[in-house]
Write a protein of this length. Structure first.
Length: 248
């Protein structure tokens, strides 16, 4: 192994441990990551950018890329579902109208700020995300404006959530009392294409609820639940009935 830099980030520390225990290649294969690029990130030969952090935020907390191991992190590390960056993030969307103030506050050229917050032609830099930690948790750079992460959140029947390592989207079909008692919830997977699925309507989430694809997910998972929205009771009951038929 090549020389380890004297100063490393918390993210590099995790990757270097995988290198030292000869588990990096297997870890990359399991998670669909390029081994050579990840190895170079671990040793600081290449620097992480927004897209790298987004592609790995279900494996390494975003804040771990922003601070060195000799620094105290201002927030507890939080994993997130994969962030595909197909829409403006929560932080970017919320500052569309005051991008000039953001530019002044964080020393950004106004044109760069315009391209990040208004035109969406550029993505946030590591420096901007680190500086913004004085005010917001950096997870807001990697989540939709409609998403909500709540400490101690117990999902309710009818909630649409993102959960698990791969950030699957589910319609919760078990009630909150059961979910709280057993520290789990059961949900039907929502996907873009499903032959026997039930199309979502009157909701921000698009796609089909698949009553055949059930998952029971633990609430103490290291990957936080993300509440997207709530749906109509009729849809929930219909999926629950169909799911019960497939199980029986």
């Amino acid at each position: 192994m090549k020389a380890i830099p004297e100063r490393i980030t918390y993210a590099q520390e995790k990757l270097i441990k995988l290198v030292e225990t000869r588990r990096l290649r297997k870890w990359c294969l399991e998670n669909g990551l390029a081994h050579s690029q990840t190895y170079r990130l671990a040793l600081g030969e290449i620097l992480p950018n927004y897209r790298v952090i987004a592609s790995m935020c279900h494996l390494i907390a975003p804040i771990d890329w922003l601070f060195y191991t000799d620094e105290e992190r201002p927030y507890e590390p939080q994993y997130l579902p994969k962030w595909e960056n197909t829409e403006p993030s929560k932080f970017v969307k919320e500052h569309r109208d005051d991008y000039r103030k953001v530019a002044e506050r964080y020393g950004l050229p106004e044109l760069i700020a315009y391209n990040i917050f208004v035109a969406y032609r550029k993505v946030p830099t590591i420096a901007l995300m680190r500086d913004a930690c004085a005010e917001v948790n950096p997870i807001e750079f990697f989540m939709s404006p409609s998403m909500e992460i709540t400490q101690g959140y117990i999902p309710k029947k009818g909630d649409i959530v993102r959960a698990g390592k791969d950030g699957g989207t589910y319609l919760v079909i078990t009630n909150s009392e059961k979910n709280e008692r057993y520290k789990t919830f059961t949900g039907c997977l929502i996907s873009e294409d499903c032959e026997d699925g039930i199309a979502l309507s009157n909701s921000k989430t698009k796609g089909f609820v698949n009553p055949r694809s059930l998952a029971t997910i633990r609430l103490d998972s290291p990957f936080p639940l993300v509440l997207i929205e709530k749906t109509e009771t009729e849809l929930v009951e219909k999926n629950a009935r169909m799911a019960a038929e497939y199980i029986s």
